[in-house]
Design a protein around this ligand. Sequence first.
Ligand code: ADP
Length: 523
Amino acid sequence: MTQKKTKKTTGRKKAPAKKNTPKVPTEATIVEESTEVYTTPRRSIAFIGSECYPFVKTGGLGDVMYALPKALVKQNCDVKVILPRYKCIPWKYQEKMIYKGAFDMNLCADGRSYYVGIMEYVWDGVVYDFIDNEEFFGGEKPYINLIDDIPKFCYFAKAALAALNYMDWIPDIIHCHDWQAALVPVYLRTLFEGTRLSSAKTILTIHNLRFQGIYNIPTIQYWSGLPDYVFNKDALKEGYEDANMLKGGLTYSNVITTVSNTYAGEIQTPYYGEKLDAHLRYHSNKLRGIVNGIDYDIWNTYTDSRLYANYDITNVLDKKKENKRNLQEELGLVQDDHKFVIGLISRLTDQKGLDLVNAIIPEIMDEHTQIVVLGTGDAVYEDSFRYYENAYKGNICSNIMYDETRAHKIYAGADALLVPSQFEPCGLTQLIAMHYGTVPIVRETGGLKDTVEPYNMFSNTGNGFTFDNYDAGLLLDAINRAKTLYFTNRWCWDEIVQRDMDKNFSWDNSAKQYKDLYLELTW
Ligand code: ADP
């Protein structure tokens, strides 16, 4: 398919404030869309993963499972997404699902069999098939604890393949995501060998290496019903008595991808490798990194109905102030558009570098600065952010919740967004922030390093402020550099804002790279 480039205004001057109305596609853009020609052959892909926006999402994996299939449809791909039918999927989606059939499937080592229902939902050219079994997916949340989740995802991996066979939908590629779907390649090359499905090639994408699905061998062997020989040290076996589902998937898949080039290199080192670095080095010839994009239909400053005021690159400087003032008002902060507002939208876990943030909040806070936190996670961080909200009333607001609408408002209303992660496979929040004209302050790791070019005051280039070692002092230094520019050279700051908005983070580039990979595997 020919890659289209969205033309954007690069003008840097402030435009007069415009009326707050979404952009209507012009005749030129309509013509451009209708003249799309596919230049690469069609391929069929089954996506298998444990979450997908808007049905169920706990983090970036959910975003990717939604946006990448949609982008692949535009790359001449036929995509089916296989997901668990969790009870917690909102009823407005459940009621539209169509029953496609059901069968019983042998699962456990003792031959115990389980019901597999298939419920289908078609949306935006993508077919979603939900695997239905209330015993496994009836919980209030998608993930509960390993004792429940190990059997659940053994069942899911096998049922996903059995469902494809049942529907007689034989894809060219089976693209699996994270440990929850990692047994798929293992099943395909063992219990499904010889079925029509075994002609498919497999890709396993690591969205976060920290989670691997590790439990003792007897439990995983019982629930998966996999043959003894896969529990050897080159495949599932880890240490003396454990089995590692992700490790098995890495061994049996044709290609391993992860979500940025830097992370693909990092995970082959002991520091980032989560004890799988040697295994990944061994398989490095089939490992590569493809950075994520963001969905431009959801993340569009011009049409985003959740914003107080819509904007584009020509009026961002004015409209961001309006968004900031409204955000301050809604969150009970002192309303002052001269304040430097720092946003933090994150799962509140160790991975995200929150111990660094906590350590320096008193030093960040002065009369010119405000902090807005949005996230849920470990009690230690939830409590400390609540404490700081109380200690700096009117200037820190801790939203300990998961709230999509509030996230959009913070991306638009903040001046800067903090992402000081210990490790970050790709990271979406810095991409969304830049797309919304909010300057990222990030640690140089994984996808943060690949997507945020450090600001260079001499050449006046770059997209954000960065620091390298995992150190609270260096984070403070990066925040202070950002603040200094903001308060002493607003012209250059505003240029960063406009440069960030002008950068292309759409899925088009990445989807093209995935399509090339599918073609390479099936040529
Ligand atoms: P991860 O997948 O490690 O959690 P990413 O940066 O890849 O991190 O993706 C996080 C996604 O989840 C982004 O879309 C971000 O806006 C969203 N998000 C994180 N926390 C919240 C929250 N509390 N409320 C709303 N959205 C959130």
